[in-house]
Design a protein around this ligand. Structure first.
Ligand code: FES
Ligand code: FES
Length: 155
């Protein structure tokens, strides 16, 4: 099986990967980064969202080998120095989850939004988060969490 090297959360990680294997599969099952979730597997739900070179990316539909020269960030890479990332803290403070299955993808999508628009309008937030599905219906709290994070400094 081919070996690839990925830059994940600032670390070079060498791993085997089958030809065409999804980034999601490599992250979860080869690198043990299970914070990124498998939802639909078809690019429709957003549960598998990670950052690739800062952009929100559906890892279920992205071949791992296509990310070899790029910087990948997963939910495990957000907290620093024992402190949650402001977006993680805002989601906690607003209790913006129920089962939590969608939360990783929500936070990573919101991260990409705030990197582009540090002070997004509600319309910007809705437009950006439209592809992230929450079966528990926590959308109003997700909105509140993103507003809260945007009100502070996003690292
Ligand atoms: S699991 Fe990737 S979009 Fe649903
Ligand atoms: S909190 Fe359950 S799917 Fe969103």
């Amino acid at each position: 099986m081919p070996t690839i090297t990925l830059n994940v959360n600032g670390n070079e990680r060498k791993t085997e990967a089958a030809a065409g294997e999804s980034l999601l599969s490599v992250l979860r099952y080869r690198l043990g980064l299970t914070g990124t979730k498998y939802g639909c597997g078809e690019g429709q739900c957003g549960a598998c969202t990670v950052l690739v070179d800062g952009g929100a990316t559906r890892s279920c539909r992205t071949p791992a080998e296509a990310c070899a020269a790029k910087k990948i960030v997963t939910i495990e890479g957000l907290a620093a120095n024992g402190k949650l990332h402001p977006l993680q803290q805002a989601f906690l403070d607003e209790e913006a989850f129920q089962c939590g299955y969608c939360t990783t993808g929500m936070i990573m999508s919101a991260h990409a939004l705030l990197a582009r628009h540090p002070q997004p309008s509600d319309e910007d937030i809705v437009d950006n988060m439209d592809g992230n599905v929450c079966r528990c219906g926590t959308y109003p709290r997700v909105m509140a969490a993103i507003r809260r994070a945007a009100g502070g400094k996003i690292g």
